[in-house]
Design a binder for this molecule. Sequence first.
Ligand code: DQA
Length: 148
Amino acid sequence: MKLLILNGPNLNMLGIREPDIYGRKTYHELEEYLYTCAAELGIELEQFQSNSEGALVDKIQQAFFHHYDGIVINPAAYTHTSVAILDALKAVTLPSVEVHISNLSERESFRQFSYTALACEKTFAGYGFEGYRMAMRYLFEKYRDKQS
Ligand code: DQA
């Protein structure tokens, strides 16, 4: 099984950025953690972070052409603004799960709506890095059930 993990703008600043909200662990530590989780599940993983909306759209399209089995995405601020990322996720029709490190339901009103979640099967928010693992496990179990 091959999964793509996408992280949007400012997530490369993890560890520096608003630690009270996002914690003190760095983006590099997140990547390491996710490679470990993937190895445990026997999943092949590609991770990509970008601050640019177009680069994220390009990567979602590539996931289709490179036959990925699913996408885990934290679109960060684009969650609340990006019809382009929503459309890309809808276009590729790969099983997708949205993740947020923070608990959006306890934050500002402009964070209460997610465009991108409209194309995702599930959202895990407020579990820190663990949310990514939960998303990977969900997609892994779905893929495994489909094979049997
Ligand atoms: C975030 C939540 C978004 O509202 C915010 O813009 C981010 C990070 C999270 O992981 O909690 O950049 O996606």
